[in-house]
Design a protein around this ligand. Structure first.
Ligand code: ADP
Length: 855
């Protein structure tokens, strides 16, 4: 196929940007060709056309330049990259094909257009690199919009996955130390874009890594900045000093547990409303919102740090009126972090500066108030925070309050800021008043009252006279310029001269204003660091004020934390569930656990409130460890190093895993990684398989936790047979959620009390759900049968202890030859069952069939 010179240019450029959609500028459009065109047409739902004819036809599609942003955003949100290729010379001057170059590559992790995100969300780009002994993975994280920059090392794949989940990043950059296929397999369900680079040593901005000595961390930083340098165009002034952290310094929760606990989004649709964050986010600034989310994802382990946050919250609660003033002041603060990013990137406008000025006006008040309220406790917060007075003054004298969005069309700067600009403006305004005067003079001179002087962009200034009055005009003085249907427009020599002066002054003034604005922008660059420090202080104050607000509004209490101490919660409530039901309807519950009682077996009917009770403790602990107060009358808590959960029906179909497999994977995480300082929540373990299978697993898990892991554990189960375990395992205790039967119906009391539930009320819940009456009746019959049979089978204990197997069918002491044909048949049927694909109901039916066979 014979290519035109332009297509050759296209192919040459495309060759360097294989993994991105190449937006190729052609006049007022960005065009895409070949495969790019086919895919973009599908993703963006735009028409696929063709360039050329017959055999030389090339698939093509395009988007108008002026509305390209929305299309680019769509592609980025879907995880793609876009390379913007502009015409870099004036087409009128070009000899041959216009020169074109890629001026920017936009990727999910480096996009600067914050309109693409929620203001309260970070957008982290992650880089990974493997240590030379392959034992650790170094991780670098950068939010290009705010400049936040973190470094850490991870010692396992599990740690890597959960850290990636913390950052909720959309793009990962790796160097050749990482096996791309293996990584892709690991992170595929998380929907991230992976890019591989060959590292250029020394890519990192020196100020950001000046205190980093570790070779592996420096290397991963280079991977990150090598990539950022090639995409974000190297705007790195706003990158903050690396925060090198150790993962173990924070409470750990794996990705599953975080999702299960609905910390920052609901399980069903990941919405903030309905999550823990949704309840406690009363922050006033976008920066505060982002910091709160980071805190929830990383609760503290250090009691001193926690107490210091708690003391500030306490003071903020005590000083109600001052807190209100603080909140009002915070509401006037703009996103200083993202602004710093835009200053570095060079895309701020006058309005940003006005908002910055107003924010800086609030700063002294904010710092004074928090100092007054929290005294010495505020010191670590506000240390090093500067009020940036000179910057505020600069913006005050320079930028006009009602300036336009554009920085190239004037009206940006105040009078008196620059002498030359004032001169131009004077010329313009003198000229304009001269013109106004001209109208008066001409009217007097001609006696035409309707004569007017006007201006339009095409013809410039003119004198307009209606056709009826033309006769009254003196000869030779006016030169005709334009004829309208009922008027004529004229110009005079004098008017022409003035027009020249005015337009020249206007043009020069606009140009000068632009230059002066860029100069101001450069001066603001020098304040990036202090602004970022200020942003840190203000966002932390904002979060703590939010804690105080929420604690007061929702009646939270300050918890006492003791390392390795007991759990003593009096009248605890679930922070989210209590906001979802009518006020006062929430039934508060106590929860105590200590050295002699570290496993609670929770029984009770479905829908009684077992999972709520379990999650409640996790939420209380997380709130406590981020420094917030907790929903209870009294709370004494240990510092949990990790929380593991296996809760609810988090069926991860997207990951291609069955419910039961997910259940087992989550259980494995807990059994493998939990320590004595951890909290484990296991909800209905074994439910996803057949009854005996499930019950055996559940029992084995409890025994293992009791004997080996010894973590504080809440275990809910509908196998109320398991409650007898408490007799054998000394630190295992029974509690149950009370329900009452009234006129054949179950009334849930949501009250947790000591001791085992006397029965499971599954059939009643089925009745509530209005299953057909025949089903309910049959289930009751079956239940009666099963219970009678269990009585027969039981000798000393109703629970088949894994240590003391009691089901005769499986009894190894029964000789094969002693079994009847029926028994053999039943055994074979059981052996052939695929337990992974059985629901409890199916299991019961099969059990019933088997039973029939044996009778
Ligand atoms: P289970 O795990 O026992 O099946 P859940 O914990 O899912 O039950 O609770 C079922 C519903 O009962 C919850 O959605 C909530 O509306 C209500 N509920 C749970 N605990 C309480 C409580 N302590 N007070 C009031 N309502 C509650």
């Amino acid at each position: 196929m014979a290519n035109t010179p332009m297509m050759e240019q296209y192919l040459r450029i495309k060759n360097d940007y294989q993994d991105a959609f190449l937006f190729f500028r052609l006049g007022d459009f960005y065009e895409l060709f070949f495969e790019d065109a086919k895919r973009a047409a599908k993703e963006l739902e735009i028409t696929l056309t063709a360039r050329g004819k017959g055999e030389d036809k090339i698939p093509m599609c395009g988007v108008p330049h002026h509305s390209s942003k929305q299309y680019i955003r769509q592609l980025i949100e879907k995880g793609f990259k876009v390379a913007i290729c502009e015409q870099t010379e004036d087409p009128a001057q070009a000899k041959g094909v216009v020169r074109r170059e890629v001026v920017q590559v936009i990727t999910p992790g480096t996009v600067m257009d914050t309109g693409a995100f929620d203001d309260k969300e970070n957008n982290f780009l992650i880089a990974l690199s493997e240590s030379s002994d392959n034992r650790e993975t170094a991780l670098a994280a950068l939010d290009t919009t705010t400049g936040e920059f973190r470094l850490t090392k991870l010692d396992s794949n599990d740690a890597l996955i959960s850290e990636l989940a913390v950052y909720q990043c959309r793009e990962v950059v790796i160097d050749d130390s990482i096996d791309e296929d293996a990584l892709n397999a690991l992170i595929e369900p998380m929907g991230m874009t992976v890019s591989k680079v060959t590292i250029t040593p020394g890519s990192s901005p020196p100020h950001a890594v000046s205190k980093v000595e570790d070779y592996e961390l420096l290397r991963v930083a280079d991977v990150l900045f090598h990539y950022v340098g090639h995409t974000a165009g190297g705007a790195l002034e706003h990158v903050q000093m690396a925060d090198v952290y150790i993962r173990q310094a924070y409470m750990h929760m794996d990705a599953h547990s975080k999702r299960n606990l609905e910390l920052t989004g609901t399980l069903r649709d990941r919405r903030k409303q309905g999550s823990l964050l949704g309840v406690i986010d009363e922050t006033s600034t976008a920066m505060g919102g982002r910091l709160l989310k980071q805190w929830i994802n990383k609760p503290l382990l250090n009691i001193d740090q926690i107490s210091s946050r708690q003391r500030i919250v306490r003071s903020l609660m005590d000083y109600f009126f001052e807190r209100q003033s603080l909140k009002t002041a915070l509401q006037g603060v703009y996103d200083l972090e993202r602004l710093s990013g835009r200053v570095a990137f060079g895309n701020v406008n006058g309005r940003d500066f006005i908002q910055l000025k107003h924010s800086l006006e609030k700063v002294p008040q904010i710092l004074d108030l928090i100092r007054d309220i929290a005294g010495d406790d505020s010191m670590p917060l506000i240390e090093g925070a500067e009020t940036c007075d000179e910057l505020r003054e600069l913006l005050e004298v320079s930028i006009q309050e009602n300036c336009p969005v554009s920085i190239t069309e004037g009206d940006l700067l105040k009078d008196g800021y620059d002498e030359q600009l004032d001169l131009y403006r004077e010329a313009m305004s003198n000229g304009k008043s001269w013109i106004a005067e001209l109208e008066r003079q001409e009217r007097a001179h001609t006696g035409i009252k309707s004569l007017k002087v006007g201006f339009n962009k095409v013809f410039g200034y003119y004198i307009e006279v209606t056709k009826a009055n033309i006769a009254a005009l003196p000869e030779g003085r006016y030169e005709r310029k334009q004829t309208l249907s009922n008027a004529e427009r004229y110009i005079t020599e004098e008017l022409k001269e003035k027009e020249q002066l005015i337009l020249e002054a206007e043009e020069k003034s606009v140009k000068l204003e632009h230059e002066l604005f860029l100069e101001i922008r450069d001066r603001v660059k020098a304040y990036i660091r202090p602004l970022q420090k200020l942003a840190k202080t203000i966002s932390a104050v904002d979060v703590l004020v939010s804690f105080a607000e929420v604690s007061e509004q929702n009646g939270y209490v300050q918890p006492t934390l003791k390392a390795n101490g007991p759990v003593k919660v009096i009248h605890g409530r679930h922070p989210v569930v209590e906001t979802m039901i009518d006020h006062g309807d929430y039934v508060a519950n106590d929860l105590t656990m200590d050295e002699d009682k570290d496993i609670l077996l929770i029984t009770g009917p479905n829908m009684a409130g077992k999972s709520t009770y379990m999650r409640q403790l996790a939420h209380l602990s997380i709130l406590a460890q981020i420094g917030c107060f907790v929903p209870a009358d009294e709370a004494e808590l240990p510092v949990f190093d990790q929380i593991f959960t296996r809760i609810g029906a988090a069926d991860d179909l997207a990951q291609g895993q069955s419910t039961f497999m997910v259940e087992m994977l989550e259980t494995r995480q807990a059994l493998k990684h939990a320590t004595r300082q951890s909290l484990i929540l296991l909800d209905e373990i074994g439910r996803g398989t057949s009854t005996y299978d499930g019950m055996s697993l559940a029992q084995a898990v409890i025994e293992y936790v009791h004997d080996t892991v010894q973590a504080k554990t809440l275990f809910s189960t509908h196998y109320h047979e398991l409650t007898q375990l408490a007799d054998n395992l000394e630190r295992c205790h029974n509690v149950h959620v009370a329900a009452r039967e009234e006129d054949g119906e179950v009334v849930f009391l949501h009250k947790v009390i000591d001791g085992p539930a006397d029965r499971s009320y599954g059939i009643y819940v089925a009745q509530l759900a209005e299953l057909p009456r025949e089903v309910i009746e049959r289930a009751k019959e079956l239940l009666a049968d099963f219970e009678a049979q269990a009585q027969e089978v039981s000798t000393s204990s109703a629970v088949p202890s894994a240590r003391d197997e009691q089901i005769p069918l499986f009894d190894a002491s029964v000789m094969e030859s002693e079994r009847t044909g029926k028994e053999k048949e039943v055994l074979a049927a059981i052996q052939n069952l695929n337990l992974l694909h059985l629901t409890p109901i199916q299991a019961i039916q099969i059990l019933d069939d088997l039973k029939q066979k044996l009778t």
